[in-house]
Design a protein around this ligand. Structure first.
Ligand SMILES: [Fe+2]
Length: 387
């Protein structure tokens, strides 16, 4: 593994991570340590139904300001603004997100509107904020998104039918409580798809133009852990140790990609998510081997690292061979955990692949892809291969 002589990067990962079975019980102490008094739970109706919001409410006790449960798979700007108004009305001075990526991203947006006023739309883009925002404790109930430690919030722009972004150091959550008891109820298909989102984060952190040694170390460790534990997680959802390992892998991959960024895979997954409601983890999972083959000539040495971390014997393989083997091994992994293999299986219409390809060129993630992508036709080629 080598780096360019002119290597230069920033590393910023300010989230305090609290890991352990039943670690949620210490949430009150964390709120006190942030100088806050009243936490609003931000969540969705499924989480409430599963009893997880109530668990957090109990742990918060007198520090609970109420619950905002209107989040959805793709929370939009309007919903974030509405949630922020609700939080202020309840007298909350800190947000406690309890859910998957969309819930945590909604809370990130609410934290901004609570502090800055106006509408979240005014702050979409990159590094638009200039001061710390409303404090935020993230309690993930999936093991994949990594949003509990990242500087990104994906918010759906329902007017334009695209996924928009806030990318800012000041929206990184202050605390992440990683408690395996919060994920044991996650059904196998969601365990598998969110787990592959984490895997994509790790691979993209390795291949991005922005790769750097700290993120590399984390991403490779995340890959090792996911290969070892994700299939078992899908099979043995009640096993707290295995759940915890996958959760940690997702958080570690989140730190890696928050630092190093992404590439074509996430750009393409975002677009089929926005246009055809393909769940984020499933889109990433189907596309990843195809994107790797598309990029292979540009970063075979990076994909050889992925192969090594996956446990593939790369000693007698060229980097290109190792990269191809890694892409094939990823396909096998996703088959093993029961995920769809083709875009046609998840409702993507062939005649609209061109529209998704056009939209992908405008997604910020594409900027960091190791192979320069200039034409929609190039993206279309990858979508077609995955269709
Ligand atoms: Fe992702």
């Amino acid at each position: 593994m080598s780096y360019d002589r002119d290597l230069a990067f920033e590393y910023n990962s300010p989230t305090k991570v609290i890991f352990g079975e039943n670690s949620i019980k210490d949430i009150g102490l964390e709120i006190d340590s942030l100088g806050c008094a009243k936490g609003l739970i931000v969540t969705d109706k499924d989480i409430v139904e599963a009893g997880l919001a109530e668990k957090v409410e109990k742990a918060l006790g007198r520090r609970c300001a109420g619950t905002y449960d209107q989040c959805s798979q793709d929370s939009g700007f309007h919903l974030v603004d509405e949630g922020a108004a609700f939080a202020l009305e309840k007298g909350a001075d800190i947000l406690v997100s309890v859910g998957g990526g969309s819930v945590i991203d909604t809370a990130k947006g609410m934290a901004v509107v609570m502090k800055e006023g106006g509408r979240l739309k005014d702050y979409s883009g990159v590094q638009m904020l200039s001061r710390p925002q409303t404090p935020h404790v993230a309690v993930p109930t999936t093991a994949g998104t990594g949003s509990e430690v990242t500087m990104y919030a994906t918010i759906k722009d329902w007017d334009r039918n695209i996924k928009d972004f806030i990318c800012d150091d000041f929206i990184i959550p202050n605390r992440a409580i990683i408690d395996p008891t919060m994920v044991t109820g996650l059904p196998p298909h969601l365990t598998a798809s969110t787990g592959m989102d984490a895997f994509s984060h790790a691979v993209e952190a390795i291949h991005t133009l922005n790769h750097q040694p700290i993120a590399d170390g984390m991403a490779l460790q995340a890959i090792r852990m996911i290969v070892q534990y994700l299939p078992r997680c899908v099979e043995e959802g009640e096993n707290l140790f295995i759940r915890g390992q996958q959760q940690l892998a997702a958080t570690i991959a989140g730190i890696a990609c928050s630092t190093a960024f992404f590439g074509l895979n996430h750009a393409m997954a975002h677009c089929i998510g926005a246009l055809f409601n393909v769940p984020h983890g499933i889109g990433n999972s189907i596309l990843l081997p195809h994107v790797m083959l598309f990029n292979l000539e540009e970063c075979a040495d990076r994909y050889a690292l992925v192969a090594g971390a996956m446990g593939i014997d790369v000693v007698n393989l060229s980097d290109v061979e190792a990269g191809k083997t890694a892409a094939e091994a990823i396909r096998e992994l996703t088959k093993k955990i029961g995920l769809p293999q083709k875009l046609r299986e998840v409702g993507v219409p062939e005649e609209r692949l061109g529209e998704a390809a056009d939209q992908s060129l405008a997604d910020g993630c594409i900027v960091y892809n190791p192979r320069l992508v200039m034409e929609a036709e190039e993206v279309l080629e990858v979508y077609r291969a995955a269709w």
